[in-house]
Every structure is written in structure tokens, then in C-alpha cells.
Design a protein around this ligand. Structure first.
Ligand SMILES: Nc1ncnc2c1ncn2[C@@H]1O[C@H](COP(=O)(O)OP(=O)(O)OP(=O)(O)O)[C@@H](O)[C@H]1O
Length: 550
């Protein structure tokens, strides 16, 4: 039967078999269900032809997963949201395919007056945002539509079973194989041969899939976009979630391999309730960031309830291992290296705050979220809290935001301390610097309990008393003082008194002795404020959710 034939477009293309079929001169629409016709391009791309209102929409098929009944498609012209609007009006598309990342919208036709500068505020029901536009005179509703995010570059379509007349098809090949073997070797022999054939087939199939996956990844890597993986891929990459690297607030991290040479870390996210669209948006933002001090997102999985992020693997782990090592192992990197790391982290924050079209605030800068590569170059990871804000916006809604207590600025706890802004990351960065400096004092065990931390930091900056710190040469003390001074500036209680990340970089680039001593943030406030200096990791606490005060 024609439906049992298998094809591929070139050696790396996905397998084309029922319900998909190659559109050729012999196939008639009555043979196959509509919406599953594919064809090969000159450059061996597999294209899906979907019926649409005026003319068919052609999308490139990246993978087909017959077990999960899903395909990943992209638009060869790079505008998937536009193509989606077209196919979305087709009833054939809806009867066969399901998309879990779409959002509903209503389109209005509005007339404008250039003179009228009054603002009109539109409440967006699906989010907490209002949109303000000027000069609107009147609007009338045009139509309702379903759309996908502007950041969506690949779309997962799940197909439901085609109607029964097509499901019942039996492939003569398999029947032929079983009867011949039964006659030739009896039941036991045939079972063994079938198992062997299945094993060989499985090996080849897996190898082929692995090659296709790596090929797709390399293609995406060159074009600087994250690859979308299925959950089956994630399981294969991590060898069945075997090697656990650790667990954080957002999920569990596993070590994995994309190929023999490409080792990765896969973060399986806990929060499976998060809206697929929101997740894809975030992935779109993360995928655009390419900076030496920010971890590059290599891939992601957003399929049903499964959400995962794939990053490069960094064998040294996080900065935390080097400033407060587990089991107090001797892992001191030296003050020069620590200074370079502090500078690199600030550069990474600068990229997030100012380097991209959209300002990105991390909201969870801490030593666990700074990974170190082979040369100890720091890489900021974990954009679970990153929210997109346009450049002229200075505050952001923090409902349901998370962070690590001790690294969280006062304004995140309460609006009384001002608006949440990019200065909240500066606070967390300051805490990171102070922990880098402060943890070293623990090398001298005998003094540990005698000196209060705030007092100790001020003694250090002002050169008073015994600072109990490991100093190898004269330059070291300068570095320590500089890091402590910048750290104290960054944790000023009111965000307005904290420097911007550019100022931080200027301070770190300078000699350090000319820096003004910052006001002591522990003097002017109550005892509650000074408790914030104790890093939460030491208290074993995590902040669950922060309610925004209106
Ligand atoms: N790309 C990576 N390479 C190597 N190790 C990693 C990588 N990503 C995470 N890890 C390690 O996996 C563990 C868990 O990381 P994860 O980011 O989930 O937790 P966390 O940063 O400790 O907490 P949180 O999620 O609250 O920020 C950490 O020990 C971290 O160092």
C-alpha cells in the first residue's frame, strides 16, 4: 500500500511516513488526509504544505516525532507569526493539528487625530499591563484571532489521529516478513530474528535521529538561535536524566551530551504550569543574548507540561564553590582572579541592563548564578526572573518574582523603599562582592565569631584593626578594599544612592584608593535592615513570592 512507503528528503531529513506523504503526481487527495502533504526542496529541506485561506502555507519541517505525534516547523522566510495567522483560519488545520503556545487577541480598526494628544489607555485582559496610545478618536472591532509570539521561531504542531479509514491500514511488508519467517524457522527462530531486526533498526534509527539533532543544533548555533528539542530528545541527551548536577529553586539540572564532543547542562524546570507562550517569550529574549559573561542558551524544550533549558556545561560549576567551598576545601583563586571575576560579572550585568534592545533585569544575581568556564571567566546564568522592559521604563511589576534572600534589595520587599528597578540587581551584585571579600575572612577561624560583619567591612575599608584576611602581596589589600568599597556603594539602602552598572565598572577599573568611602548602610536604619547582610544560603531560606504593594 502506498501509505506504508517511507521517504526522506536527503540523508539528514526527517522520515516521511504515514500520515505524511510526498506530494507527487500519483497521490490523489482521496488517498491521504489533507494537511499532511510534504515535498522536498532542491536543498533537501522537507516542506509541509498546509491549506490556508487564499493559497497554501509552506513551512519547513525540522523534526517529526511519530511516537508523540508532533512535528516542529519553522518558516523559511523567518516570519512564523505571520504564517500562523494565515493557517489559523483554515478549518482543515484545526481538525488535524493542535498548538499549545498560541494566544487570543481581538483586532480593532481605530481612527486617529494627529492634533489630539490625549492619552487613551487600553486594558489588556490577559495581562496586568495597560497600553497607552495617543490621538485615538474611535475604534470598531474587526475580528478575533489567535496568534503566536513575535519571538517564536519554531512551532510544535501536534496531530490528532487521522480518521479511521486511514488508521486501519496494515503494511504488507511487516505481514510478509512474519509469515515467511514462521514458515522457515518456526516460532522461536522468528522471535529471535524479529528481536535482532528490531534491535538493528532501533540502533540505526537512534543514530539517525542523533545525527539529525546535532545537525539541526549546529545549524541553529551558527544562526545564533536556540534549538527546540522534544522531551524525547531531552531524555536521550541526558541519558534518561541519569547524571544530576544539582537542584535549585526553579528545577533540577542534569549533565548531558548533544554529541561526543558537545557536553551540556539541562535544566528541567519545575514550574510546569507556566504558560507556553510566556515561556517561549522568555526563551526568545534569552536566545538573543550573546556576551562573553552571560551563559548562552543553546536550546530549549516546551512540549506539553515539559519545560527545559539547555546550556553549555561548565565543569568548574558556580562561583559559590570558590568563595565558600563545600567542606571548606582550599579553593582560593587569588585576589587578582577574584577581581577579574567581579569585573566580568559587572560586564555581564551591563550587557543585560544596557547592551540589548530590551532592558533585562536578572533579579537573582548571586554566586550560585555565576558559572566559571575553563579559564575562570564568569558567566551569568538563570534568567528565570528576567522580565522584559522597554528602555524608558524605570519600574517593573514584581508580582510572583523570586530571588535569593540576602541578595534581594529592600524595595523588592516593600514599596516604601522605592520602585523596583535595575538598581535591585546592583544591590545583589554588591552583596556578591561583599560575600567574595567576607568569606575569605573565615580562613582565620579563631577570629570568626569575634567580629561583626558590618563593623569588619568598615574596619577593612578604613584600615583599622586586624582584618584577618589572606593577603599574598601588597597589591592584594588594594583589591580587597576596592571590592569592599564598591560592594558597600551597591548595597545602599535607597536605590537612588546606588551606582549604575557603568559607574560600578568605572570604579572597578580605577585604582581604588581614590574611591570615596560610602555611608555606612547599617547605621541609619533599624536592626531589620542590618539583618539583610547575612546571605540567605547561610540561613537556608528562599523567598517564595513577593506581593507587589499598590
Ligand atoms: N551550565 C552548567 N554547568 C555546570 N553546572 C551547572 C550548570 N548549570 C547549573 N549547574 C549546577 O547545577 C546546580 C543547580 O543549579 P541551579 O541553577 O538549578 O540552582 P541554583 O543556582 O543553586 O539555585 P537557583 O535556581 O535558586 O538559582 C548548581 O550546583 C549549579 O552549579
Amino acid at each position: 500500500h502506498r501509505s506504508c512507503k517511507k521517504h526522506t528528503c536527503g540523508p539528514d531529513g526527517p522520515l516521511i511516513q504515514f500520515p505524511f506523504y510526498l506530494i507527487d503526481a500519483h497521490a490523489t487527495s482521496s488517498d491521504y488526509p489533507a494537511g499532511f502533504g510534504v515535498y522536498c526542496t532542491d536543498i533537501n529541506k522537507t516542506m509541509l504544505e498546509l491549506p490556508a485561506f487564499s493559497s497554501p502555507v509552506n513551512l519547513s519541517i525540522e523534526t517529526i516525532d511519530y511516537e508523540d505525534q508532533s512535528i516542529d516547523v519553522t518558516d523559511p522566510e523567518g516570519c512564523l507569526p505571520r504564517q500562523f495567522l494565515k493557517i489559523n483560519k483554515s478549518s482543515i488545520f484545526h481538525s488535524h493539528y493542535k498548538v499549545d503556545t498560541s494566544t487570543s487577541a481581538t483586532f480593532f480598526n481605530c481612527s486617529y487625530s494627529s492634533q489630539d494628544q490625549a492619552y487613551c489607555t487600553i486594558r489588556v485582559l490577559s495581562s496586568s499591563d495597560d497600553v497607552a496610545i495617543t490621538g485615538v478618536e474611535s475604534c470598531s472591532k474587526m475580528f478575533d484571532a489567535t496568534y503566536i509570539s513575535e519571538y517564536t521561531t519554531a512551532l510544535r504542531l501536534e496531530w490528532s489521529k487521522p480518521n479511521s479509514s486511514h488508521v486501519e491500514i496494515e503494511c504488507p511488508n511487516s505481514r510478509f516478513r512474519s509469515t515467511t519467517l514462521t514458515a522457515a524457522g518456526g516460532i522461536i527462530g522468528s522471535v529471535i530474528v524479529i528481536i535482532a531486526l528490531f534491535y538493528i533498526y532501533y540502533k540505526f534509527k537512534t543514530k539517525g535521529e542523533d545525527q539529525a539533532r546535532v545537525g539541526k543544533f549546529l545549524e541553529d548555533y551558527r544562526s545564533q538561535r536556540p534549538t527546540r528539542f522534544s522531551y524525547a530528545d531531552i531524555k536521550r541527551i541526558t541519558n534518561g536524566l541519569k547524571s544530576k548536577l544539582g537542584e535549585g529553586a526553579h528545577g533540577v539540572v542534569y549533565k548531558g551530551k548533544l554529541s561526543e564532543k558537545i557536553v551540556v547542562a539541562v535544566k528541567i524546570l519545575n514550574n510546569t504550569e507556566s504558560d507556553g507562550n510566556e515561556f517561549i517569550n522568555e526563551v526568545g529574549t534569552m536566545g538573543k543574548i550573546h556576551h562573553v559573561n552571560v551563559v548562552r542558551l543553546l536550546g530549549f524544550c516546551a512540549y506539553g507540561v515539559h519545560r527545559a533549558l539547555i546550556y553549555d556545561f561548565f565543569p568548574h560549576g558556580s562561583l559559590q564553590n570558590f568563595i565558600s567551598p563545600p567542606d571548606n576545601k582550599q579553593t582560593f583563586l587569588g585576589w587578582e582572579k577574584l577581581e577579574q571575576i567581579a569585573f566580568g560579572v559587572a560586564k555581564g550585568i551591563e550587557c543585560l541592563h544596557q547592551g540589548c534592545d530590551q532592558q533585562i533585569r536578572h533579579f537573582d544575581i548571586n554566586p550560585h548564578n555565576v558559572l566559571l568556564d575553563d579559564d575562570f571567566t564568569p558567566k551569568i546564568i538563570d534568567f528565570g526572573l528576567a522580565k522584559l522592559c522597554s528602555r524608558n521604563q524605570s519600574t517593573v511589576s514584581m508580582t510572583a518574582a523570586r530571588g535569593t534572600l540576602g541578595y534581594i534589595a529592600s524595595e523588592i520587599f516593600s514599596r516604601n523603599f522605592g520602585h523596583v528597578s535595575y538598581k535591585s540587581d546592583i544591590y545583589s551584585y554588591g552583596m556578591l562582592l561583599l560575600e567574595m571579600v567576607g568569606e575569605r575572612k573565615k580562613i582565620s577561624k579563631s577570629h570568626e565569631t569575634e567580629i561583626l560583619y558590618p563593623e569588619w567591612i568598615h574596619n577593612l575599608i578604613e584600615g583599622r584593626g586586624d582584618i584577618c584576611i589572606r593577603i599574598e602581596d601588597e597589591g592584594d589589600i588594594k583589591i580587597v578594599k576596592k571590592l569592599a568599597t564598591v560592594g558597600l556603594w551597591c548595597i545602599q539602602w535607597h536605590s537612588i544612592n546606588r551606582p549604575s552598572i557603568r559607574n560600578v565598572l568605572q570604579m572597578l577599573e580605577g585604582e581604588g584608593d581614590k574611591l570615596k568611602v560610602p555611608p555606612n548602610p547599617f547605621d541609619s536604619t533599624t536592626s531589620t535592615s542590618s539583618s539583610a547582610i547575612i546571605p540567605a544560603r547561610h540561613l537556608g531560606l528562599e523567598l517564595e513570592a513577593i506581593q507587589e504593594l499598590e
